[in-house]
Design a binder for this molecule. Structure first.
Ligand SMILES: *Cc1c(COP(=O)(O)O)cnc(C)c1O
Length: 388
């Protein structure tokens, strides 16, 4: 399952570069291009890449030509993205924005602020007035409903439920310098195209009359991210064509749709490449101990799954190893949770062999607890070889 480009690079990695994150920017570019062309034409949504999936500077720069903007989820991401992409359109969402961060957002020309509560709206209105600035907002709604099939339902404290959001009318009426542009909703993650379209229809059915009643002209509806990726089968990818067609059917003239995908955009472009240091048996199970660990690449722990991988045999590998056996791949941490994959059958794995984990381009390095145990940091590599 590893691509030729990444396998070739993995073979040339010098010893001291392991473990390595390898980002295939050429592959990322073609993937982003396919997404863009599936979502183009009349009624097509704007695409804002959710930076929290992977805010690496080179990833952001590679994606910039294929997206309409970047969605940030914190003051830190806001500063980071503005520094790297000075002219990008930015939308900022997320609970718990401080006054200092909101002030910076006004200075840094954030195009849309997704407001999460009536209290936040009041604070933003006061800050904007004090700064003598107008500010454009979407109100984030939290609709109940059955998120069947979702990996993560964004219920709980995110946004405002349909009852609470009513109290925004009075705040907005008293703050004409806060311009309500529409509604934001990010309700679940891990939905396939059909489920996401059903959810989009549900959001629009609620949001259109609400925006109309609030007197919003040319309203915007941000339908969120959460496009599914399948870690058990990297080839089974989100159906962007079906999603694009379905959205086109849902769209009505005079309104603007927007989405903010993260994981499904960048996940396939990243690889975590490491090396087997030891192979041994304990209580009838075979283990391969790999350099690095889940303090670099936490995804398999947080998602409790087997990370897909390829073993690349090395000429220089030792005889110590196993053939045609299930193996558990672990890292160097002193915790039984440091597991990349459990009891996965392999043809062969020997000490010295390279192990390349796929789907390490989103919620990987940036969500990991790097300093735990003080092992060396990984190295980072950016491949930019044109792929068809
Ligand atoms: C995390 C997040 C996203 C992106 O979700 P993915 O599952 O990575 O597509 C989009 N919008 C909001 C508000 C988020 O919190």
């Amino acid at each position: 399952m590893i691509t030729d480009v990444v396998a070739a690079h993995a073979r040339t990695l010098p010893e001291e570069d392991f473990p390595a994150f390898v980002y295939d920017l050429g592959a990322l570019r073609s993937h982003a291009k396919r997404i863009r062309s599936a979502l183009s034409g009349p009624g097509a949504p704007e695409i804002f890449y959710a930076a929290k999936a992977n805010p690496d500077a080179q990833i952001l720069r590679t994606l910039e030509p294929f997206v309409d903007g970047i969605e940030v989820a914190s003051g830190g991401e806001l500063e980071h993205v503005r520094a790297i992409l000075p002219s990008a359109r930015i939308a900022w969402g997320g609970p718990g924005k401080t006054d200092a961060e909101l002030k910076r957002a006004l200075e840094l020309d954030v195009e849309r602020i997704h407001v999460e509560s009536p209290h936040e709206l009041t604070r933003l209105a006061n800050l904007a007035r004090a700064a003598d600035r107008e500010v454009d907002v979407l109100l984030r709604v939290n609709l109940a409903g059955d998120r069947a099939g979702a990996v993560l339902a964004m219920s709980g404290p995110f946004g405002m439920d349909p009852k609470l959001i009513e109290s925004c009318h009075a705040i907005l009426a008293a703050s004409p310098w806060v311009r309500l542009r529409g509604i934001h909703a990010h309700l679940a993650s891990g939905l396939d195209a059909l489920a996401l379209l059903r959810q989009a229809a549900e959001i629009l059915e609620w949001a259109r009359p609400w925006a109309d009643k609030a007197g919003v002209e040319a309203p915007e509806f941000n339908l969120g991210g959460g496009m599914a990726v399948d870690y058990s089968d990297p080839n089974r990818q989100f159906d962007w064509m079906a999603f694009g067609q379905g959205l086109q059917e849902l769209a009505t003239p005079g309104e603007k749709l927007r989405i903010e995908p993260g994981r499904a955009v960048s996940v396939y472009a990243g690889w975590y490449i490491t090396q087997a240091m030891d192979v041994k048996q304990a209580h009838d199970h075979w283990y391969a101990i790999l350099r690095g660990g889940t303090h670099h690449f936490r995804t398999p722990v947080t998602k409790q799954h087997n990370q897909p991988f390829t073993v690349l045999p090395q000429k220089s590998s030792t005889e110590l190893g196993i053939t045609s056996q299930p193996v558990t791949l672990v890292g160097q941490l002193c915790t039984p949770k440091d597991v990349f994959a459990r009891q996965v059958p392999v043809e062969q794995i020997r000490v010295g062999d390279v192990v390349a984990f796929a789907m390490a381009g989103a919620y990987a390095w940036n969500i990991s607890h790097h300093d735990f145990l003080m092992h060396p940091k990984p190295t980072f590599h950016y491949l930019d070889i044109a792929t068809p």
